[in-house]
Design a binder for this molecule. Structure first.
Ligand code: HMG
Ligand code: MG
Length: 303
């Protein structure tokens, strides 16, 4: 009972790069985004309008977004470049660039909320209200992330109840979609299916996305579980780049190449060309001097 097609939300340029210690040039990020966009991806999360003191790697957000918006201006290109915004200050900076889509991010665990955005869950919801009204008056789409949907690096297990509650609150605030993030990658199909089934009681399945990190090697199994439950939007990161600055030990997101390899075999359409994503991954790994984190990429490239 799989969806006929799945939309891949590529998060490499943001989630993948935010934690890189070495400064990556804006031009390199833009080249990565250009290659990803050419592969047929319809959503490429491009940057984050967060504090440069907290996440220095995203400090060129203005330049990145201005460039991307200029590149698609006037065209009817069916592609979105969302940016993360944590508060109204970030939202206002994003609006100046002509951004068409943003993502707000809340945590299902109190301790992680404090570490990541320096406020409680309740306070974060209050901060998002003006962000949502600003978005509404500017015709900007808002995606919502819930992080720590299975476990928290500080609090341990996170209840399904709190994930469902927060997801519903973000939908009620005006988010068009909720991305359920297993930020530290501790979930496996048992816990993931319990969590999704609980969230489905409060939020329609066509408003859900999943966001897995591969810390325990469970990400693909978790994605299969999620799509079997009807979820048709999957976040992933080219070459498996990433990690979270406030979640020690968390590895990268599931690799886009690995997800595509699995979905192709399941005859689930994505509209994305695996070969082109592979080349985009090789490009950024070479620039970063890193080994490609995608198992499918490593196998396909040595074939
Ligand atoms: P704060 O220090 O509490 O903020 O940080 P503040 O309001 O007290 O302001 C302090 C300073 O920051 C001020 O500057 C503000 O102007 C400035 P100063 O007067 O000291 O010079 N400031 C900003 N600057 C730029 N952009 C802004 C902004 N806001 C305030 N938007 C804040 C609060 C939310 C800003 C901070 O904690 C922050 O930026 N956090 C972001 C952390 C982050 O990006 N984490 C990674 C993304 S989340 C994630 O990866 C999980 C996800 O992938 C899902 C998953 O994996 O599960 C989404
Ligand atoms: Mg993430």
């Amino acid at each position: 009972n799989l969806p006929k097609s799945v939309r891949i939300v590529e998060v490499g340029p943001r989630d993948g790069l935010q934690n890189e210690p070495k400064r990556i040039e804006t031009a390199q990020k833009l080249e990565l985004i250009r290659r990803l966009a050419e592969s047929g991806l319809k959503t490429v999360e491009a940057t984050a309008f967060v504090s440069p003191k907290w996440v220095p790697q995203m400090s060129d957000h203005q330049e990145i977004m201005k460039h991307l918006m200029a590149a698609i201006e006037g065209s009817n290109a069916d592609i979105s470049f969302p940016a993360l915004v944590p508060n109204l200050k970030g939202m206002e900076a994003a609006v100046e660039t002509g951004v068409r889509e943003v993502a707000i991010f809340a945590s299902a665990s109190e301790a992680f909320s404090k570490k990541n955005i320096n406020c409680s869950i309740e306070e974060s919801l209050d901060r998002f209200k003006p962000v949502l009204s600003c978005a509404k008056s500017n015709g900007i789409k808002v995606r919502g992330y819930v992080s720590c949907v299975i476990g928290c690096p500080y609090e341990g297990r996170v209840s399904e109840e709190s994930v469902a509650k927060l997801s519903k609150q973000l939908i009620d605030l005006g988010c068009y979609e909720i991305s359920l993030g297993d930020t530290i990658g501790v979930g496996s199909p048992g816990s993931v299916s319990r969590m999704i089934r609980r969230v489905q009681q409060d939020v329609q399945t066509d408003k859900l996305a999943v966001h897995f990190h591969d810390t325990y090697g469970q990400a693909l199994a978790n994605i299969l579980t999620s799509i079997q439950l009807g979820v048709a939007v999957v976040d992933s990161s080219v070459a498996g780049l990433g990690g979270c600055p406030y979640a020690k030990g968390a590895t990268g997101n599931v690799a886009t190449e690995d997800v595509l390899y699995m979905l192709e075999d399941l005859n689930v359409e994505t509209g994305v060309d695996l070969g082109q994503v592979l080349q985009a991954g090789q490009y950024i790994c070479k620039e970063l001097g890193k080994e490609n984190g995608s198992r499918a990429a490593r196998a396909l490239l040595t074939k």
